[in-house]
Design a protein around this ligand. Structure first.
Ligand SMILES: C[S@@+](CC[C@H](N)C(=O)[O-])C[C@H]1O[C@@H](n2cnc3c(N)ncnc32)[C@H](O)[C@@H]1O
Length: 260
């Protein structure tokens, strides 16, 4: 057995470790300043600044733990939920937009053993995932022969119209920086979906600041060729720890299941 096949696949959580460490560092710095024998005004100010930093550090650490396999394993459970919502005979091509470390697409490859899968991501420096890692994970999990990983942006998918039978995407549209209007990014996904093809999108669709008015978003998708569309609040279809329902974590998460 090759050396790399002996190791376990590695799937980081959605919480970036470097972001968590930066908040932790600044929290500790401001706590320290509060206790130093310096000007009282500066100490009080440091204490006031420390409070929100401590809160954010706590939320990030707690979410990290709940998403990780050694903790609540909710990231994997949410991916399982998406897999379960894919209503398909498994014959044909599937696309995962913003594939990250490949966790979701690898689960899909196992659930649909005759499918051919493509995972795209821009794998920017601001994330801790990479294409190499996806390929390694797919090899370790024994599905690398059916998954093609491609570096591309969700705003300009390098595919012909109507190419895929199924498209999934998990917590990616809201992260796309090269297009302000996230509905346009979703329309780009629909462009490469076959008529009659299905999609399962999970994202913070209830966050108006990112996706605009929820009804308008759904109507706009319907006007753009979506023939069937159902939306579910994530918290209604899955029991989540209360703190993960914070609006800055998964409080605004929703699943859209539809057909073109
Ligand atoms: C929260 S992570 C989710 C990763 C994966 N879908 C999962 O559920 O584990 C967001 C992902 O979106 C990707 N992303 C952000 N902007 C993108 C873009 N313009 N095109 C493609 N992927 C993008 C990031 O690289 C990252 O992998």
């Amino acid at each position: 057995m090759a050396d790399n096949l002996k190791t376990n696949a590695r799937y980081q959580t959605w919480i970036r470790m470097n972001k968590l460490l930066i908040f932790l560092l600044f929290s500790l710095l401001f706590i320290l300043l509060t206790f130093l024998p310096i000007n009282l005004y500066l100490r009080v100010l440091s204490g006031i600044i420390a409070l929100p930093l401590i809160y954010i550090t706590f939320i990030l650490s707690y979410s990290y733990y709940q998403f990780a396999a050694f903790g609540g394993n909710y990231q994997s459970k949410i991916h399982d939920l998406i897999v379960a919502k894919v209503n398909w005979d498994g014959q044909g091509k599937m696309l995962d937009i913003g594939t990250g470390s490949g966790s979701l697409i690898i689960k899909l490859a196992k659930a649909f053993p005759e499918s051919l899968l493509t995972g795209i991501d821009y794998w920017g420096d601001d994330w801790e995932y990479s294409k190499d890692q996806c390929q390694r994970n797919a090899e370790i999990e024994g599905v690398s022969d059916r998954i093609n990983f491609l570096k591309a942006s969700a705003t300009k998918l390098p595919f012909k119209n109507d190419e895929f039978d199924i498209i999934v995407s998990c917590l990616t549209f809201h992260e796309v920086k090269d297009e302000r209007n996230k509905t346009e990014v979703m329309k780009e996904a629909l462009r490469v979906l076959k008529p009659g093809g299905g999609f399962v999108f999970l994202d913070l669709f209830m966050d108006e600041k990112i996706f605009g008015d929820e009804k308008e978003l759904l109507n706009s998708l319907k006007k753009h060729g979506v023939s069937e569309l159902k939306s579910y609040k994530l918290a209604k279809v899955m029991k989540l720890p209360k703190l993960l329902l914070n609006k800055k974590v998964l409080g605004n998460a929703m699943i859209l299941i539809g057909r073109k």
